[in-house]
Write a protein of this length. Structure first.
Length: 461
C-alpha cells in the first residue's frame, strides 16, 4: 500500500528536509569558512604563521583545490550509485571532510596537502548525494519539490554566509589553525545531526523500493533527482528515445548543454575571484577599519552569500511576474555574464586608485557594489543552469550531463585561481579590465547565438 506524502516538516514539507538543510548548511559552513582565508594563509609569511607561498603558487594551489572539489562530485555520484548508496556516501563524506579540516589544523606542509585532499574526497561524496536524498523525499509529481530545493539552497547560502565570519575571524585574529579546526567542528556538527535525523530521511510516498540509503533499509522509487532547484521533469523523459540510440533532437539538446558549459565556465572564472584575487585585494588594498576596529578581510567572502539570501526571493518573484515575457535560458545566461563583466568595470577605478607605491586604501563600498551586481548575475545563471540541464538531457543520461555542468564550475574555479596567479605580476586595472572585457564579449556572443541555441533546445526554455 502506497503511503501519502510527508507533510510533518517545515511548511508542510517532509521532515527530512530540515535534516538535509542543516547537513548542507554545516558542510558549506566548513567549506566557505576555510576557503575565505585559504589564500591569505598560504601567502602569509612563515614568521606570522602562514606558509609563505608566493601569490602565483598560492593561486595555483587554490585553483586546483577548488576545481577538484567540483570534479570530485562526479566520482561521488558513481560511488553512491554502485557501491555505498546515498545515505552512507553522505555520512562518510561528512566524516572525511571533518578529518580533512582537523588535519589542516596541524602546521606541517604534508598535513596541509593531505587535509585539502581529504576535503576534496569528502565533498565529492557528500555534495551530490545530499541533493539526491532530498529529491527522494518527494514523488516526481509532488508540487512541493521545487520549493523544497529552494529552501535547501537557502541552507547552502546560510552556511556560506556564517562560515567566513566565524572561522575567518578565528583564523585571522586568533590562529590560522584555529580557523581550520573551527571548520572541522562545524562539519562534525553536521554529521551528528545527520545521523540523529536519519529516520526522517525515509521516503513516505512509496513503499519498499530501491533506497538512496541501503544501510538504513529504505529506498525511493523515484528517478535520481537533479542537484539543483529544478527537477528531472517531463520534458527530459519525453525526449528519451525508445531504443538504445539518441535521436537527433536529443543530440542537439546535449550540444546545447555543452554550449552552456563554455559560457558558464567563463562566468564562474570571474565570479569565484571573491576568494582568490579579490580576497587578496580586500586584504591589501581596502580600508577595513570601522570605528577604530579592523574588519577581518575574510569576512568579505560572506557578502555574496548575504546578497544571494536577500535577492533569491526577488529573482523568483521577477521571473514569475514576467510570465510569458520571461527571457529564455540563453538570454539569462547572457545577462549573468554581462553582470559579472560590469562588476569588474566598476572595480576598475578602485584598481587604479589602489595601484602604485603609497597608494591609498580604497573604500569597501567598491566591493559591496561589485558583489551585488555579481549576485544579480549568479541568479540569472546558476539556478537556471541547474534546471535547464535536467530539462535538456535525455532521461537516461541526466547524471552524466549534470556532471558536465559541475565540470563548468570546476573549470571556472581553476580559472579563478589562474587569475590570482596573474595578480602578482599584472597591474590590477589591467587584470580587472581583461576579466571585464572577456565576460562582456562572451555575453554579446551568447546574445547573438541565442536564436541558434534555442533551436538546439527544441522548445525547452
Amino acid at each position: 500500500m502506497t503511503a501519502g506524502p510527508d507533510t510533518s516538516g517545515w511548511g508542510g514539507h517532509p521532515r527530512g528536509l530540515s535534516t538535509l538543510f542543516f547537513t548542507e548548511m554545516w558542510e558549506r559552513f566548513s567549506y566557505y569558512g576555510m576557503r575565505a582565508f585559504l589564500i591569505l594563509y598560504m601567502t602569509t609569511e612563515v614568521v606570522k604563521g602562514g606558509l609563505g607561498f608566493d601569490v602565483a603558487h598560492a593561486g595555483s594551489v587554490y585553483g586546483t583545490y577548488t576545481g577538484s572539489i567540483w570534479l570530485a562530485t562526479i566520482g561521488g555520484g558513481i560511488v553512491a550509485d554502485r557501491l555505498l548508496g546515498a545515505y552512507r556516501s553522505v555520512l562518510w563524506g561528512g566524516i572525511i571532510i571533518a578529518l580533512g579540516h582537523f588535519t589542516l589544523a596541524f602546521r606541517e606542509i604534508p598535513f596541509f596537502y593531505a587535509g585539502l585532499s581529504l576535503i576534496v574526497i569528502g565533498t565529492g561524496l557528500l555534495k551530490p548525494n545530499a541533493t539526491t536524498m532530498l529529491g527522494s523525499l518527494y514523488s516526481p509529481e509532488d508540487a512541493r519539490r521545487d520549493a523544497g530545493f529552494s529552501i535547501f539552497y537557502m541552507g547552502i547560502n546560510l552556511g556560506a554566509f556564517i562560515g567566513p565570519i566565524i572561522a575567518g575571524a578565528l583564523a585571522q585574529r586568533v590562529d590560522w589553525h584555529a580557523g581550520f579546526a573551527c571548520a572541522g567542528f562545524g562539519m562534525l556538527a553536521g554529521v551528528i545531526q545527520y545521523v540523529l535525523g536519519r529516520d526522517r530521511l525515509r521516503p513516505t510516498w512509496s513503499g519498499a523500493g530501491d533506497a538512496p540509503g541501503r544501510t538504513i533499509g529504505f529506498t525511493p522509487a523515484a528517478p535520481k533527482p537533479d542537484p539543483g532547484p529544478g527537477s528531472v521533469g517531463a520534458a527530459a523523459a519525453a525526449t528519451a528515445s525508445a531504443g538504445g540510440r539518441f535521436t537527433r533532437a536529443e543530440w542537439m539538446r546535449m550540444l546545447a548543454v555543452c554550449v552552456f558549459f563554455v559560457f558558464a565556465a567563463l562566468f564562474w572564472g570571474a565570479y569565484e575571484q571573491a576568494a582568490s584575487t579579490l580576497a587578496l585585494f580586500a586584504d591589501q588594498k581596502v580600508e577595513r577599519t570601522v570605528f577604530g576596529w579592523t574588519v577581518p578581510s575574510s569576512w568579505f567572502v560572506s557578502i555574496q552569500a548575504m546578497f544571494v539570501i536577500v535577492l533569491s526571493p526577488v529573482a523568483a518573484w521577477v521571473w514569475t511576474r514576467l510570465g510569458r515575457r520571461e527571457p529564455s535560458t540563453p538570454m539569462k545566461f547572457s545577462f549573468g555574464l554581462l553582470a559579472v563583466g560590469v562588476s569588474f568595470v566598476l572595480l576598475l577605478p578602485a584598481g587604479i586608485i589602489a595601484t602604485g607605491a603609497g597608494a591609498p586604501l580604497v573604500s569597501a563600498l567598491w566591493l559591496f557594489a561589485a558583489y551585488f551586481i555579481q549576485v544579480c548575475g549568479e541568479l540569472c545563471l546558476s539556478p537556471i543552469g541547474n534546471s535547464v540541464v535536467t530539462k535538456l538531457a535525455p532521461a537516461r543520461v541526466v547524471g552524466m550531463m549534470m556532471g558536465v555542468w559541475f565540470l563548468s564550475i570546476a573549470a571556472g574555479n581553476k580559472l579563478a585561481g589562474y587569475a590570482a596567479t596573474l595578480s602578482a605580476t599584472v597591474p590590477l586595472p589591467t587584470l580587472f579590465g581583461a576579466i571585464a572585457g572577456i565576460t562582456i564579449a562572451a555575453s554579446v556572443v551568447l546574445m547573438l547565438l541565442t536564436p541558434s541555441i534555442r533551436r538546439m533546445m527544441g522548445g525547452v526554455r
